[in-house]
Design a protein around this ligand. Structure first.
Ligand code: T68
Length: 802
């Protein structure tokens, strides 16, 4: 779209007056924001309509990405960027005396996701639109996203986040596209002219109302759709007596009320199962309705539609699609089953056993009687099919229903044609360990798709100085073809380039320091090393290892005030699931240590700890450009991929990492000299599990530094902590140290000494930083979705780059 500044100003002025009957000079930020949002929507509306129309053509295969979470982040700036009108709008507003930055900050950051999985879905939406892949998102329009985190006396408190309070400028409610989703009741099969058809009674009908958000591609034409469903009372129930009506209304609206705040943890609540079926059923019904507009027989569905299951949360896609094909379309079982498998594909995001969903049979049969019947049938047919090829143990281990539970991963694997892991190592572990049986049975279903991130949000939008600098060195083609970043390698020994890179980093650090001063009243030295660990708080991610190392530096300085430690600012951002007590204890401990160190006048600038409250996408956009060091220190084998690791390297941070998840591929990209690797490998971890030879206590006893640090948790050194010091100490020293923190401590400490040494040599450090940026292009989610498109969804992208 070619928009001139004058045209924009004219449009803006007119719209603001139309909407609010005000002159610009009398308007407030909220009015200015909503006017701009509305205008952006009108600018995108033709492309949105045209994109939708073109998708209705026969043979234009549509991809539906089903995810419980879409963690989009703020949309104003990214929409301006993707429409290629950011500069024009900025300048136009400037002439009205309006700072675009203020409008950007006014927008709420919708937290419709927990972390990596939800953010991945958002990056994929951006990349599919940019690569002109017909990709639709399908999810839930939660009224409350992830809670807002507050620290009270160092403890995490959770506050509900009503992100819709001021309305949402980006969405369109489409009541005319609403569908009915049915729960509970009785179902039986009746013979009707030779075919078994289900009969229902006493079901509870819920109206699923879609809200569509345009997803604007960075390519001047494609605008895809994210469809989020909201649960509402069905019109047929509105005639009930008033008291009963209100009760039922609130029960129904509960379904899309709140996002479950647990990441990587399964807590088998009925409401969660309701949510899962709700958006799966609504989504599939609307897909089928849309498919029918093409006027093709249902047997062509797999040529026109691919549905992707993001983790097992939407795995009910398997029985729901079967239900529709059998009951509504009258297909026979075999044909329906073949079609279902062709349409569906599934991504696994974790090997942690506590995250694996398994629903009690009773719950399923009460809430979703017909779905339950279909799952039983799938399970029985699976067992019968396998009987001739595998022994009973193998069948018992892999079947869907076992021990009174329905295993959702098994359902997803058996019911789809593709299962992928999210990094090479993760996929290998799935094949060799966690899903080995399935790999033996269905080897060709398994494949890897290493995660990616959108360079638009994670560099173009959030790190303007770096973007300009890169453009000045290698031109701007990398912005659409990110592997061109490798051209930066030509400058790896160019002193001028490296010093400029250092200056940019310092500028970003100063900006972050200003924010910390403003919000936390803490002064940071921008010449210190900014060392960043931002991610959910989870024992396997080992924020504790980081903290123990910080304590070791602190004691080193206490014992020898002249010890030369390069000044460091340790930055944490992390939310803990509200019911995850151990993680919350770690938060309290970090805050207490921060308080102790930050207030110790003898330490001064040498060590500071910043634990930002309420870590979110918009905070990530502030922190990541300011990072020198990226902490990716999970226990090898536990982090499926990680994506923060990619964002940080793209912004020139040097990674301190275990060989876990995508860290392995980052090392392969930048070479072992440009990443600092430490710790056990996945093989060594498995060996320990196998022989049971790990004794954490020995490390406590034999490593004097560790001894001192661990004792500090229980001897009163750290003011303010109560039982958490003892509990954490016990978890490590007494109860087996599940994530090998003590085992990896010394190696980690040495890795950190290396950081300290290398950082003193600015040129050497900046060379590493430059080579990290140069190597990050391959991790663009543009490439990731193109691989999904080609290898899983069997759809070709009308790439705008050719
Ligand atoms: C993350 N998983 C992985 N789960 O931990 C991370 N889980 O390694 C990976 O990079 C990322 O997925 C993307 O593949 C999650 O974020 C959840 O958030 C989650 C939410 C609900 C239930 C279970």
């Amino acid at each position: 779209m070619k928009l001139t500044k004058d045209k924009f100003k004219e449009d803006y002025q007119r719209l603001l007056t139309e909407l609010y009957s005000l002159d610009i000079k009398d308007s407030e930020v909220s009015e200015q924001y909503f006017t701009l949002g509305n205008l952006i929507r009108t600018y995108a509306s033709n492309d949105w309509k045209n994109t939708n129309e073109s998708y209705l053509k026969k043979g234009e295969k549509q991809i539906y990405y089903f995810s419980m979470e879409f963690l989009l982040g703020r949309m104003l700036k990214s929409n301006l960027l993707n429409l290629d009108i950011l500069e024009v709008v900025q300048k136009g507003l400037q002439e009205f005396g309006i700072h675009l930055e203020n409008l950007i900050e006014f927008e709420v950051d919708p937290g419709l996701g927990n972390g990596g999985l939800g953010r991945l879905a958002a990056c994929f939406m951006d990349s599919m639109a940019t690569c002109a892949i017909p990709g639709h998102g399908n999810g839930i329009r939660y009224k409350y996203g992830l809670f807002k985190q507050k620290f009270v006396n160092g403890y995490q408190m959770e506050i509900p986040e009503h992100w819709l309070r001021n309305g949402n400028i980006w969405e369109v409610r489409r009541l005319n596209k609403a569908v009915t989703v049915r729960f509970y009741g009785n179902v039986w099969l009746e013979n009707s002219s030779g075919r078994l058809v289900p009969r229902y009674e006493n079901e509870e009908a819920v109206l699923a109302v879609p809200y569509d958000t345009p997803i604007i591609g960075y390519n001047e034409q494609t605008v895809n759709t994210l469809r989020l469903w909201s649960a509402e009372m069905h019109p047929q129930d509105e005639s009930h007596e008033y008291g009963a009506f209100l009760k039922q209304q609130s029960q129904i609206e509960n379904i899309s009320e709140v996002l479950y705040p647990d990441d990587s943890y399964y807590d088998g609540r009925l409401l969660r199962l309701k949510q899962e079926y709700f958006f799966v059923s609504a989504g599939i019904q609307s897909i089928i309705r849309r498919f029918k507009k093409k006027d093709l027989p249902i047997s062509h569905l797999s040529e026109e539609v691919a549905i992707h299951i993001n983790d097992t949360h939407p795995a009910l896609c398997v029985p729901e699609l079967m239900r529709i094909l059998l009951d509504d379309e009258g297909m026979d079982w075999e044909s329906a089953w073949d079609l279902t498998k062709k349409v569906l594909s599934y991504t696994n995001h974790t090997i942690m056993s506590e995250a694996l969903e398994k629903w009690p049979i009773d719950m399923m049969s009460t809430l979703l009687p017909r779905i339950h019947q279909i799952i039983c049938e799938i399970d029985q047919r699976y067992a019968a099919d396998m009987r001739y090829r595998y022994d009973d143990h193998m069948i018992e281990r892999t079947r869907i229903i076992e021990g009174g539970h329905i295993k959702m991963a098994h359902l997803a694997i058996i019911g789809s044609h593709s299962i992928n892991g999210v990094a090479k190592l993760h996929t290998d572990i799935l094949k060799e360990k966690v899903l080995h049986d399935f790999y033996l049975i269905f080897p060709s279903k398994f494949n890897n798709k290493t995660n990616g991130i959108t360079q638009r949000r994670w560099l173009l939008l959030s790190n303007e100085p770096l973007r300009q600098f890169i453009d000045s060195k290698i031109g701007s083609n990398w912005e659409v073809n990110p592997t061109d970043l490798t051209n930066l390698k030509a400058f790896q020994n160019d002193e001028d380039t490296l010093f400029k890179l250092a200056q940019i980093k310092k500028l970003n650090k100063q900006r972050f320091a200003d924010y910390v001063k403003r919000t936390m009243n803490l002064t940071l030295n921008p010449d210190a090393i900014f060392d960043v660990q931002v991610k959910r708080l989870h024992a396997y991610k080992r924020q504790l290892l980081n903290l123990l190392h910080i304590l070791s530096l602190y004691f080193k300085l206490k014992e020898n005030p002249n010890a030369y430690i390069y000044p460091r600012v340790f930055i944490f951002g992390a939310k803990a699931a509200p019911s995850y007590m151990y993680a919350k204890q770690i938060i309290k401990l970090i805050n207490s240590v921060a308080h102790m160190i930050n207030h110790d006048h003898h330490i001064g600038d040498k060590l500071k700890i910043v634990f930002v409250e309420n870590y979110s996408v918009s905070l990530a956009e502030r922190i990541i450009p300011a990072a020198d060091v990226s902490e990716q220190i999970s226990l090898a084998s536990k982090e499926a991929s990680g994506t923060g690791n990619m964002k940080l390297m793209l912004n020139g941070a040097v990674t301190v990492a275990t060989l876990d998840g995508a860290n392995v591929e980052i090392r392969d990209q930048v070479g072992p000299d440009n990443i600092i690797i430490f710790g056990l490998t996945d093989k060594e971890v498995y060996q320990y599990y196998h022989d049971g030879s790990y004794h954490a206590y020995d490390y406590y006893i034999h490593n004097p530094i560790l001894h001192r640090v661990l004792n500090a948790l229980i001897d009163g050194t750290i003011p303010g902590i109560e039982i958490e010091g003892q509990d954490i100490f016990d978890s490590l020293v007494k109860y087996g140290d599940e994530y090998f923190v003590l085992r990896d401590f010394e190696d980690y400490r040495l890795a950190q000494e290396k950081v300290d040494q290398i950082y003193r040599d600015t040129l050497r450090w900046q060379k590493m930083a430059l080579l990290n940026i140069a190597g990050a292009g391959i991790f663009s989610s543009d490439y990731t979705v193109l691989q999904y498109a080609k290898e899983i969804w069997d759809v070709s992208a009308k790439s705008t780059q050719d």
